[in-house]
Every structure is written in C-alpha cells, then in structure tokens.
Design a protein around this ligand. Structure first.
Ligand code: AHG
Ligand code: MN
Ligand code: MN
Length: 352
C-alpha cells in the first residue's frame, strides 16, 4: 500500500514540478559547478564573456558583404599568412570583451606575435586565454562555415605572466571550446566533464543546450584530409590513406567517404556529430614546421574536446595533450577523431 502511495505521490510531484524547457549556458555552468565543483566563478565569467564575444563575431559573419566581414586586410600575421578583415575584427572583439572582467591575466592569439597582458587599469585574474579568433579564413568570402577556437589555462605565476607562462601541456587546459558559424551558430564546450553543444537562439540571444554529452563512435567510414597535398605526405600517411581510398578492395574491407571543408572547426564539428578522422599531417615541404596547424590555438583545444567525447588525438606518434610546447606559435601534425582510426594511423607511424 505504501509503495502505491509513494508512486502516486511521486507522479504528482513530477507532474507539478516546474518545467524549464531549455537550459541556458549560464544554467549549465552553474549545474556543473554544483556537480563537480570544477568551475570557479571566475572561469564561468570567462566562458560567458568569451561566448558573448562570439555572438558579436557571429553577427558580423552573418552580415557578410553587407558589413565589415569580407575581404583582405592586406596585412600578414606572425605565421606569414595574409589576414582577412574578419581575422582582425574577431581578434579585437575577443581582446576587448575579455580585458576588463578580472578573471584573466593575459591572452594569446594566432593573430598576434606576442602575448597581450591585461592592462594595469583592469584587475588581473588567475587564468590565461588562447584563441584562434577566426578559423577557416579562406571560407569567409564564399559564405562557407567558419569558427572561433579557444583554450583556457591556469596562470601559475605570481608575477606578471610571460610567454613562458603559456607553454603548458594541453592536458593542463581547464576549459576549451569552439563556436561554429554555419547554418546555425553553435558553441561546443568542455570543462573536463564531457562535451556539450549549445545552439544560439538568435531571437533571444541565448546559448541553449541542445546536445549533452556528445560521444564520437570508435569506428567510422569518413575521413577529412586535404588530398591535394598527397605527393608531399610521409610514408605512414600514404599507407593509411591508400587503404581508405582502396576501400572494400583493401585490408580495410569497407568503403570510406571523404569530406574537406577547409575549416578545422567545421570538419571537427561534423566528426563530433557522426564520427570520422581529421588529418593535417606534417609533410616533406615543412621539415622544420611539423605541420600546418597551431598546437596552442587549434590542436590542443580540439584534442581536449575530442578526448572528452571518447575520441583520440595524436601528432602521429604521441598524444597531442602530452606535448610540451616550446613556443607560442608552434605547429603540429594532427590526427584526431574516432579512436580506432587514430590508433591505427598512429600505429603505422610507430611501425615506420
Ligand atoms: P586559419 O584560418 O585559422 O588559418 O586555419 C585554417 C586551417 C584549418 O582550419 C583548416 O583545416 C586548414 O587550415 C585548411 O588548410 P588547407 O588550406 O590546406 O585546406
Ligand atoms: Mn585555424
Ligand atoms: Mn585563424
């Protein structure tokens, strides 16, 4: 009898419980803080301010040729790449938004040679923020998906941070995320307890949790690589990709599909949703550069996200998150996504 009463009581409680149809980013971060005690108020503010800055970048992206987003800035960044207007605009938006909040000590960006110290007129906090303000710059003018990538480290120095303060292994990241400016604007975030995706509700201006605890399948039939560089690849990459291309006729005994969007954010976002492997290898052209992508602004935050979603990320030989960075703008080969594929191509490198 009491079991029956209990279940009736439970049913009434459930039916009368106030329902909150959507969970905002703020609610989610507060819930995480309660559950894991991992998100300090400062870190929460930092994530919220960064994601708010991304809304502004999203606004400029959507304006396209009607606003200030398109075209070249006719300048070069530290990597020797021509900067687009939107690269610089996004960089400035992120710097301005994050300068005053009190949670940061310094910032570093793919678009700036040196680090940016929080000016003396603002309070300094305990975190360091790194970002690729605009990823996939070649897609801007042709209205194809692009993104912003960010990574948060603790500032371990008592004194004024220097470039050295940023040179921490990726495994020390306390948060990482990206926004994708595509058919929808989405924010993908990890603070070390899974990966969650929020979609920007453009009308009310809020990030709404739409994909909780994203998981990448261990096996996949999709890969992403710029195949026009094939003649420059090293032997293990040639071996791995040839097997995928030969599909059912190779030892893999199944056919594979290829996709390349030329924006790491977009390729990784697809992989996060449906599995796949993303590859940007080092090749014969860049013996001293170890690949194209940047360890601190691209590889580390993406590796953190991918691992948190059950995938793997290596430079061909070792876990990306274990690499000890030697310089801020260091480049790295990247193999990330579905675990069994990343393990296989890593094994091919180790056997070479
Ligand atoms: P960015 O626009 O920040 O310089 O990054 C572009 C990167 C990466 O996002 C993408 O996967 C890759 O460069 C595209 O390279 P290809 O030009 O070889 O396609
Ligand atoms: Mn990039
Ligand atoms: Mn960029």
């Amino acid at each position: 009898m009491s079991a029956l009463l209990n279940s009736i009581f439970g049913f009434i409680m459930e039916a009368t419980r106030p329902t909150f149809p959507s969970i905002t980013l703020t609610q989610h971060l507060i819930e995480e803080q309660k559950k894991h005690n991992n998100t300090t108020a400062d870190l929460r503010l930092l994530i919220e301010v960064t994601s708010r800055a991304c809304k502004l970048i999203s606004y400029h992206v959507r304006k396209g040729a009607l606003g200030e987003a398109c075209g070249s800035a006719n300048s070069e960044n530290i990597q020797g790449e021509i900067q687009k207007k939107l690269d610089i605009l996004s960089n400035n938006i992120l710097l301005e938004a994050n300068a005053w909040g009190g949670s940061l000590s310094a910032m570093a960006s793919e678009e700036m040679e040196g680090i940016y110290l929080i000016p003396d007129c603002f309070p300094r906090g305990n975190y360091l923020l790194l970002f690729d303000p605009l990823d996939g710059s070649s897609n801007i003018d042709v209205n194809v998906s692009i993104g912003t990538i960010f990574s948060v480290l603790r500032c371990l120095d008592d004194h004024t941070p220097t470039e050295q303060s940023f040179l921490q292994r990726g495994s020390y990241q306390v948060a990482a995320g990206y926004t994708i400016y595509g058919p929808q604007t989405s924010l993908v975030l990890t603070t070390g307890y899974g990966v969650h995706c929020f979609t920007l509700d453009q009308e009310i201006g809020s990030w709404i949790l739409t994909h909780r605890d994203m998981r990448i399948p261990c096996d996949t039939c999709e890969y992403a690589i710029n195949a026009s560089n094939q003649r420059h690849w090293h032997a293990p990459v040639q071996r791995y990709i040839n097997e995928l291309v030969d599909g059912i006729d190779s030892i893999r005994k199944k056919d594979f599909n290829m996709r390349w969007i030329a924006s790491m954010v977009s390729d990784v976002h697809r992989i996060l949703h449906r599995g796949g492997i993303f590859i940007y290898p080092a090749d014969n052209r860049t013996p001293n550069k170890h690949g194209k992508l940047r360890l601190m602004y691209e590889a580390n935050p993406m590796a953190f996200i991918i691992e948190q979603a059950g995938g793997a990320a290596t430079n061909g030989k070792k876990r990306i998150l274990d690499i000890h960075p030697k310089s801020l703008h260091e480049r790295v080969a990247v193999f990330l996504g579905s675990k069994n594929e990343v393990d296989r191509v890593t094994r091919y490198h180790l056997e070479d």
